[in-house]
Every structure is written in C-alpha cells, then in structure tokens.
Design a protein around this ligand. Structure first.
Ligand code: BES
Ligand code: MN
Ligand code: ZN
Length: 462
C-alpha cells in the first residue's frame, strides 16, 4: 500500500528566502498604483507594455525590456493575487520586487499544485523565492496541509478505501509521533458504534474508526472529526449516475480533518489534539443496511433508517458521541453531508453550523481574511420535529424536502452535549478552476479553523 507522501519545501512552488539562484524579478502592481508606476517607466518600456495590452488589470502579466515581469493585482490581496502565476508564467525561478502579504504568497503555493499520481504533470510550476521576512514555515506547512487534503480527495475510491485511509492516518501519526488507534469491522459493535458498522459492513473493505491523539495531555483539548465515506453509492437507496459521479470525494471531510491535523502538528500548536475519522464505503451487498432498519448508536439513541443515502450523519453521530464523552473545549467536524447545503450556498462556500453565535461570528470574519469563506446557517431547533420516528428515537433523514442541511445538522446536534461545536457541510471539491484553486479536491474551512485555534491557543512563547 502506497502512502501519499507528506510534501516538503521543494514540492510547494516556494523557495526559501535565502535561495541564491538567479531569478526573474516580478513587479506586483495594484491597479491604483498603475498610473504612477507607468510614469516611472522609460518611453520604450511604456510602449512595450502598450504592445502587450497591459492596463494594470488584476491577473494581467507583461514583460519589460530588461526581462522583468509586471503583474496586475487587485487592491485587496487574496489567493488570486499570485495564485494563477505558477502555471501561466514560463517555468523557472522568480522573485518579487517588494514584499507582499501572507495570503498572496500562499496563493502561489496553492496554485502550484498538480495531481500526478496517474498521469505525468505536463510541466513544472514556476517557482517563487519567498521575500525576506515572510513566515516560510507557516506558508509551507499550510501549502503541504492543503496538498495532503487535495491528494486524499483526488485519489479514486479504488486506491482510497477505508484501509487506505487508515494507512494515511497512521503515516500522519508516525510523522508527528502521535498515537493512532483503529477499531475495525465487527469490533465497532463492541465499541457500540452500530451506525458506523451498518454503513460500512456491505463493502469488501470493512468500516473502521481511526482515533489520533497528539500533544500534551494538560493542554486544552480540541477534537476534529471528518466524514470518511470513501465512496457513496447511496447504498440500497442507490444514487443515479450523475449523483454518484463525484462520490470519491465523500471522504473530503476526513481529508480536511487530516490536513488540519497536519497543520496543527507541524506548527506545534499547544493543544491536545484528537482527530477522529470514521471511515466506510457505502456499498451494496446482501448484508447492506436497509430503509426501515433501526441502528443502535454509541450514545444509546436508536436511529430508524429512512434513507441509506443519508449515511454521513450515521458515521458522524458515533464519532461525535465518542468525542463528546471526553468533554473537549471544542469539537469541529467536516463533512460532505448534504446536497441541500450546496443548494443553499453553492460549491464554493462552507455552510457552517455552530452552537455558539459569538464563535460563528468570529469564524465568519476570519474566513474573509483567510480567503476561505464560511457562512453561518441556522441550527433551528423548531425543525427537529422532522426527525421524529414512530419506532426509534429519531430517523436519519427527514421526509420533508425543505431545510435538508439544517435537519442534517440538527441530527448531529442530538449527539453533542453542551460542548462548543462547529459543523461544516462542505463541497471539498472545486468544480471550476480559479487562481490558487485548481479543479478537484479542496481543503475548505481548514485555514479558518487553524487561524482561530492559533489565535485562541497559539504562540508557545515564539
Ligand atoms: N455525500 C452526500 C451529499 C453530497 C452530495 C454532498 C453531493 C455534496 C455533493 C450525502 O451522503 C447524501 O447522499 N446526502 C443526501 C441526503 C438525503 C438522502 C437526506 C442528499 O443530500 O441528497
Ligand atoms: Mn449519501
Ligand atoms: Zn455521503
């Protein structure tokens, strides 16, 4: 079994500030600065820019007579500022004429990604020597964390079954001397995780729960949970072809949780981290769980299955119940949970449900500055009636066609006590290419939570 290698500096499109190779200089010009920059140029350079139709618009690239590049930029820095350059500039090494923001530099790193496990990359990304004084460690760790998440999601289900995901958690744990424990197959029943077991038992590769812990036992406890459905066929409530096509990404929540775990450990945040990854393939065979079945969950609640395609909340409910019993300071979960969340906020915004309004507001603000948009959705308790069952404590899926992302979140909330909790219902996949965001797997709402944790608990005196 092959592990996805944890990336190092050389693979991120970024070079350390001290790198002494010759490099092409790039002038980053905001549209408001363009007039004065233009005035400062020689007449022949001015004509040179004109011939290249350079008007200073964001995303434009042009060349001066001496070989320097000029890059148009929006006034607000984002991943888009430099994120398109790694694959539009010719291969080679570049440096910036002036220092720039963390988020812009991050865009270069994130825009340098390619997924080349099954086909050779068509070219190398252009490389950027980081300006002096930039936080190289945090940049490279953030890029590597995101690449890990993307690689995990982009890898097809044939090579990313529950056992592969287990191997990835173990490799991550080994890299940071974390403790990893996995409960597999029928042993999930001994742990009272009847829901994880039911979702995954029909697949050849048995379901499992990975439990990674790291850090000082006395530090504040933060637990991250990620939905690890390695392929979602829908189960007996089989998805139609179109709905199934992208379902290799249904472990996107797990991939984001692992990427975030990587970043926290690589940055050595002073927290006691726990990452819980319930993993299963939602497949069909003679022992598949069925509509009408009643599952026994870790919390002791019984759940009547209305729809086998509402499987993500079943994995999460057992993992969240285990997370809750330890009473951490914060639980964060990531899941590609509902199509309804995508209907509500689209593919590019993370739908956020939080039982602490102040925290939700803080995260919304952080999301803006991190260019990692999250949007608060209502945990509207009055809709809990939709989860009533005649034969069990609750159903897994509401019959109502309305508020599907809300009822999914309310289902999860039944398994959480009063612990501060954030639930992200994410796409985990870019369905279109944007600068710094290639098409394919994506680490949504990862940087937002990292920045929050860094602010809340960070700076171990460094
Ligand atoms: N993994 C899907 C949700 C999904 C679909 C996320 C497409 C992103 C894009 C999830 O397991 C699912 O099938 N949800 C159902 C729930 C329904 C049966 C209550 C859905 O959203 O249709
Ligand atoms: Mn499903
Ligand atoms: Zn699913």
């Amino acid at each position: 079994m092959q592990n996805l290698s944890l990336k190092d500096f050389a693979d991120t499109g970024l070079l350390s500030a001290g790198t002494s190779t010759s490099a092409t200089t790039l002038h980053l010009i905001e549209s408001t600065e363009f007039a004065s920059f233009h005035d400062s140029l020689s007449t022949s350079d001015q004509q040179w820019l004109k011939r290249q139709a350079f008007t200073g618009k964001s995303g434009q690239v042009a060349w001066l007579e001496n070989g320097d590049g000029v890059i148009g930029a929006a006034s607000e820095d984002s991943l888009a500022t430099l994120g398109g350059l790694p694959y539009t500039l010719p291969e080679g090494v570049y440096r910036l004429s002036a220092t720039t923001s963390f988020i812009a530099l991050l865009g270069w790193g994130l825009g340098s990604y390619s997924f080349d496990r099954y086909k050779a990359a068509s070219r190398e990304p252009a490389q950027l020597i980081l300006p002096d004084g930039s936080d190289a460690a945090e940049l490279v760790n953030t890029v590597a964390a995101t690449y890990l998440t993307r690689d995990l999601i982009n890898t097809p289900a044939q090579d990313m079954a529950p056992s592969h995901l287990q191997a990835e958690v173990e490799a991550l744990g080994a890299a940071f001397k974390a403790n990893v424990r996995t409960v597999i197959g029928d042993e999930l029943l001994d742990l009272e995780c009847g829901a994880i077991h039911a979702v995954g038992r029909a697949a050849d590769d048995p379901p499992r729960l990975m439990d990674l812990t790291w850090g000082n036992a006395d530090d504040p406890k933060v637990t991250i949970v990620g939905k690890g459905v390695t392929f979602d066929s829908g189960g007996l409530n089989l998805k139609p072809a179109g709905g199934m096509r992208l379902m290799k990404k249904d472990m996107g929540g797990a991939a984001i949780a692992l990427g975030l775990g990587y970043l926290i450990m690589a940055q050595n945040l002073p927290i006691r981290l726990r990452v819980l990854i319930p993993a299963a393939e939602n497949a069909i065979s003679g022992n598949a769980f069925r509509p009408g079945d009643v599952l026994h969950t870790h919390k002791g609640l019984t759940v009547e299955i209305d729809n086998t395609d509402a499987e993500g909340r079943l994995l999460l409910c057992d993992a969240l119940s285990i997370a809750t019993s330890e009473k951490p300071e914060l639980i964060v979960d990531y899941a590609t949970l509902t199509g309804a969340a995508r209907g509500a906020v689209g593919a590019e915004i993370a739908a956020m449900f939080c039982n602490d309004d102040g925290l939700a507001q803080d995260l919304t603000q952080i999301g803006k500055t991190e260019d990692d948009t999250v949007w608060a959705m209502p945990l509207h308790d009055d809709y809990a009636y939709m989860l009533k069952s005649n034969v069990a404590d609750l159903v897994n899926s509401a019959a109502s066609p309305y508020a599907g992302a809300v009822t999914a979140a309310l289902f999860l909330k039944r398994f959480i006590d009063d612990i501060p909790w954030v639930h992200f219902d994410v796409m985990a996949f870019n369905i279109r290419k944007r600068p710094g965001r290639p098409e394919g797997g994506e680490a949504m709402a990862l940087r937002t939570i990292y920045r929050h944790l860094d602010r809340q608990y960070g700076a171990k005196g460094d």
